[in-house]
Design a protein around this ligand. Sequence first.
Ligand code: ZN
Length: 263
Amino acid sequence: MRVTLIEGFNPGPYTGAGNNTYLLSGLEPTLIDAATGQTRHLAALDEALGGSALSRVLVTHAHPDHASGAPHLASRWTGAGFFKLPWPERDGEYRVDWRPLVDGDVVHAGDGALRVLHTPGHAPDHVCFLDEADDTLFCGDLLIQGGTVVVPGSYGGNLTDYLASLARVRELRPARVLPAHGPEIDDVTALIDEYVAHRRRRDEQILSALREGHTTHAAVVRVVYPDLATELLGAAGESVLAHLLKLEADGAVRRHDATWEAV
Ligand SMILES: [Zn+2]
């Protein structure tokens, strides 16, 4: 499959250098992720299409940096279809006629096809797209080379699901993995193993903070992230919450109103 990286031109504290979108060229030109509708993104896509019409847009999840460009793409390419796994609370924020995907669907893309893998955790609707012919996985926000992925505990994130999604992709061992942020993944197995080890260490840090008497969510965030820049504190708080909720589901912590206790 011919794949062209089209940058989203939307850099920021949560998007790094900006989003990657991928154009799969061929009979049915297909874009993976919509980015945010920046003029430069639309112009780069226009150029890469070389006069062909965009057939469809496949969105990995409803976070704004992946989905909010959809209406812009829909006005420019009026025949394009928009597809994602439903997240009813969020999808309406982006005014296009979403067509629903489910796990296991096979969708035409470019000159080939992609299999839909539901990989929740970072978001409940998160999917990866697998090109089985080329053994290439478009992994959305499941993996980031050289960084970790935020699991937002109060915004649809679920760490137990995220770890299960990592295990599912590790089992597949795709030859090539193209993420929505940053460079291509070097070694998917090594990165996933690092992620799992990192999450275990974080669980341990949080449990020891609780045992030392830092029992509120805010106190745990301060212990676990002592030197974090203010603009990233929100994400850190979400991540700590996701760990607390996972530890609660594991039976390792108990919640009392505003405080948490290791059991
Ligand atoms: Zn995301």
